[in-house]
Design a binder for this molecule. Structure first.
Ligand SMILES: C[S@@+](CC[C@H](N)C(=O)[O-])C[C@H]1O[C@@H](n2cnc3c(N)ncnc32)[C@H](O)[C@@H]1O
Length: 236
């Protein structure tokens, strides 16, 4: 991970939009047991672990994350709680088995269809997956919104998301658009850090701060045109 990027992101609670109400909605739809074995794939600093354990208080969360400092933060936050294990690793090979896989804003790294196919064999019978994915909502979006494809080539609409799920051989249990509160939970701590880091920032860091500030401004201006869709799916 780029050093300036991590300077901005090292101390924020989450690495993408999300909220506890959406975790609860997804777990209810998936029908998970109180003792479910859960994978948090691409867990980042672990912002959703508490919500997952609220849904399965006698369960276990395995957090797999590629970036070691995030894993350290999870281990520190959950030290002494045997319900949480965190590993540096590749979520494409997550071990298992799992009754429920939660993947907030990270499945695109594997590709929706490829990732869902890879996880089929690690799900227990009746198991389900919930993942969130950046989605284009507007038929005629602003050019600025379409530039999101530069960093995110798979950026597409709901029909494409559904066809990617279908191509993996999964049934769609439900879709929910993440609320504004989920975006604010991601962006507000970043805005605080941007303001704190600006004085004295070198060129590299300034470029990262500017890029992040532009992304936040774009969402505030055009949030009716794109967002995150949370999908709950189960193998057919
Ligand atoms: C957009 S962030 C979301 C993090 C977290 N789920 C959240 O909502 O705060 C995506 C995360 O996926 C991680 N990641 C990307 N590819 C991965 C892989 N193959 N295995 C494990 N983690 C991965 C990144 O390091 C990053 O922390």
């Amino acid at each position: 991970m780029n050093e300036a990027f991590f300077t901005l992101h090292c101390d924020v609670p989450r690495e993408g939009p999300g909220d506890a109400a959406s975790v609860a909605w997804a777990m209810d739809l998936a029908g998970r047991a109180r003792d479910a074995r859960i994978l948090d794939a691409g867990a980042g600093p672990g912002a959703d672990i508490a919500g997952l354990l609220t849904g399965a208080p006698e369960g276990h969360v395995t957090a797999i994350e590629a970036h070691a400092p995030f894993v350290e933060r999870i281990r520190t936050a959950w030290a002494g709680d045997a319900r949480v294990t965190a590993h540096v690793g590749d979520m494409g090979q997550p071990g298992g088995p799992y009754d429920f896989i939660w993947c907030a804003g990270a499945l695109y790294f594997l590709g929706i269809t490829d990732g869902l196919k890879a996880w089929r064999d690690v799900l227990t019978p009746g198991g389900a997956i919930a993942f969130s994915e950046l989605t284009l909502f507007a038929e005629h979006a602003d050019p600025d919104v379409l530039t999101l494809r530069e960093g995110y080539p798979a950026f597409a609409g709901l029909d494409t998301l559904k066809s990617r799920i279908d191509a993996a051989g999964y049934e769609l249990l439900g879709l929910r658009q993440l609320p504004d509160a989920a975006w604010e939970a991601y962006f507000q701590p970043l805005e605080t850090r941007i303001a704190m880091l600006r004085p004295g920032a070198d060129d590299n860091l300034t470029a990262v701060l500017d890029e992040q500030a532009a992304e936040i401004a774009l969402w505030r201006r055009a949030r009716d045109q794109f967002g995150y869709t949370l999908a709950v799916v189960r193998p057919q």
